[in-house]
Design a protein around this ligand. Structure first.
Ligand SMILES: NC(=O)c1ccc[n+]([C@@H]2O[C@H](COP(=O)([O-])OP(=O)(O)OC[C@H]3O[C@@H](n4cnc5c(N)ncnc54)[C@H](O)[C@@H]3O)[C@@H](O)[C@H]2O)c1
Length: 321
């Protein structure tokens, strides 16, 4: 099994879960400087912690998926049957500053990976997409059949491009490919640029927080353990579907106002917030329809926001110490 983005937030949790169920994992990551390498090294401790002493079941390749020779070596040298592709430059706002870097890391890397995976005889791919592909869709909840032709950030556009590449590869090679639209993922290990992690760190230091956009904007948050279950379910079932897009969300959107209050309640420190303008690329709301994922993946998110925030807060306290 090849897991790309293995040193990242979601990749490290997915790799650990695979190791716990006995799978041999080859991870690949280029330690993109989007956030500190030291955080990614700690993510890898999570992966190695799942090895139960058998180090031979995990190998990390430090390399860039935009380099075809790295991709080929990873696939062919390890007789890979399945690929879980989670590597990407993530984050909506930075993508507005540097669209070409996102096109490179996300679209080129995915194109190379799908091409060489099919050539190397890989049997299936599961690929991370994003709720951001829905843009400011007027229909809620967002379901997989909606027209997603109007992404409003370069990041979202690259994720949609990856979905299209996935379909094309499926059409040409019949390599079953799942595209998973994750809705804001949180929990222990969450990326440091994401709101909950950022707000909790500010709460510890009692620093002021600027909220960008309306307090009534809303997000559908998904706890990391639920995402891992969804990823593994897609891996186990995608062969029956060929090419398939699935939403993986919490299906319980909360407003920015509610999020701030909930974090204040969990940390015991009401947040010191001020209001800033909305930022280009940010969508007004996200809200996953889980009808398809429930029916086809048995996906049923089980961790509500407050419980997940408490788990993330416990983890953040261990990081601070
Ligand atoms: N976290 C979320 O809320 C969320 C929501 C929607 C979609 N996603 C998607 O899920 C995936 C994982 O997100 P995450 O939050 O774990 O992000 P992350 O940044 O923690 O992990 C991504 C990893 O990919 C690696 N990477 C980036 N470019 C690479 C390249 N060219 N070659 C090799 N490695 C590379 C990075 O170093 C990083 O460790 C991404 O595809 C992201 O777009 C995440």
């Amino acid at each position: 099994m090849l897991v790309t983005g293995c040193a990242g937030f979601i990749g490290s949790h997915v790799a650990a879960a695979l190791l716990r169920r006995g799978t041999r994992v080859v991870g690949i990551d280029n330690f993109d400087p989007f956030y500190a390498r030291s955080i990614k090294e700690r993510n890898l401790d999570r992966v190695r912690g799942a090895l139960a002493g058998d180090d031979r079941r995990f190998e990390l390749i430090e390399g860039d998926l935009c380099d075809a020779s790295v991709v080929r070596r990873a696939l062919e040298g390890n007789a890979i049957a399945s690929v879980i592709h989670l590597a990407a430059k993530a984050g909506v706002r930075p993508s507005v500053e540097d669209p070409p870097a996102y096109a490179n890391a996300n679209v080129l890397a995915t194109s190379l990976l799908l091409h060489h995976a099919a050539t190397a005889g890989v049997k299936r791919c599961v690929v991370a997409s994003s709720s951001s592909v829905y843009g400011n869709c007027a229909t809620v909840p967002f379901h997989e059949e909606l027209d997603v032709g109007e992404p409003i950030s370069p990041y979202a556009a690259t994720k949609r491009a990856c979905e299209l590449l996935g379909y094309t590869h499926w059409h040409l090679t019949r390599m079953p490919t799942a595209m998973l639209r994750f809705f804001t993922v949180f929990g222990p290990g969450q990326r440091p640029d994401l709101a909950i992690n950022l707000f909790m760190r500010k709460a510890v230091k009692r620093e002021p927080i600027t909220l960008y956009g309306s307090l009534d904007s809303s997000r559908d948050y998904t706890f990391i353990d639920d995402i891992v279950v969804g990823v593994l379910s897609a891996l186990d079932r995608v062969d029956r579907f060929g090419y398939r897009v699935w939403n993986l969300g919490g299906a319980a959107p909360v407003t920015l106002r509610e999020l701030v209050e909930s974090i204040g309640a969990v940390t015991g420190t009401p947040l010191n917030v001020s209001q800033g303008p909305s930022r280009p690329g940010d969508v007004e709301r996200t809200f996953a329809s889980l009808k398809r994922a429930r029916a086809e993946l048995d996906f049923a998110p089980s961790v509500p926001l407050l419980k997940g925030l408490a788990a993330q807060w416990e983890w953040m306290k261990t990081q601070a110490s």
